[in-house]
Design a protein around this ligand. Sequence first.
Ligand SMILES: O=C(O)CCC(=O)C(=O)O
Length: 277
Amino acid sequence: MSAQLTHLPADCTVDDVLDVSERDGGVIVHGLFSPVLVARFNAELEPLLDAHGGTNSGSDASDDFLGRKTRRLQGLAAKAPSFVEILLEPRFVNVAESILEPVSPQVIMNNGEVIDIGPGEAAQPLHRDDDAWNFARPTGPMIVNTITALVDITPELGGTQVVPGSHRWDSDRMPDESEIVACTMTAGSALIFRGDTIHAGGANTTTDSRRRALSTGYCCGWLRPVENSYTNIPVDVIRMLPRRAQELLGYQLYDASSVGGGYLGYHDMGDPMQLLT
Ligand SMILES: O=C(O)CCC(=O)C(=O)O
């Protein structure tokens, strides 16, 4: 039998997500976000995606990985305010806090990134998100990532490819075809997976349809995140956000003193939250 991912209902608990993630490395929550929220967020994104200038990160290797027919957007708290409701979803934040707690007492946002895969885009190389920090070797994953479908997503449209159980594998083992699941998700559903789970953006084999999804990642508070929120989001926008969003965007002193660690992220030798009040 080919590999499968478990689908949980929208009213599942944080513990339900944790149980399946522990076993499989990833799980889909069906209909997690309401059609109203998804429609509002999409309306905010539409003009931004229309004005998108194409993949141009400044590095050929990075552009190949990001996908040259894929439009990506970051800085979403400033550009598309509905993003903040998704960022604060407890099945995202609390799951990430629980999974990362053994290696980090606090989490921050790693990225809030629209990934809009265009027709004809090839599949990404299979990878683990943890490999972004290849020199670090903690005892558990360093990130929990989520992919929220903003349209109905099928394997043909570029549904995320996931390898259930690969979080337990040796780092050099790669899957055969039968071990890869290409996700099917209705708009508003979300894939939640650990940073040690092998996955990739899928190929969009259609000729005229785009795969629009949102990646919202949460990483250890002691890491340099993939997205630079300090430059992407003006501090005047940060001031208007709920406190938990401010913390996740880095405006909280990282304090690992209770587990023998130190303090990171001072603003002028104080808690960066002081800047906001
Ligand atoms: O778009 C997706 O489904 C996954 C994207 C991904 O894994 C990445 O960009 O690193």
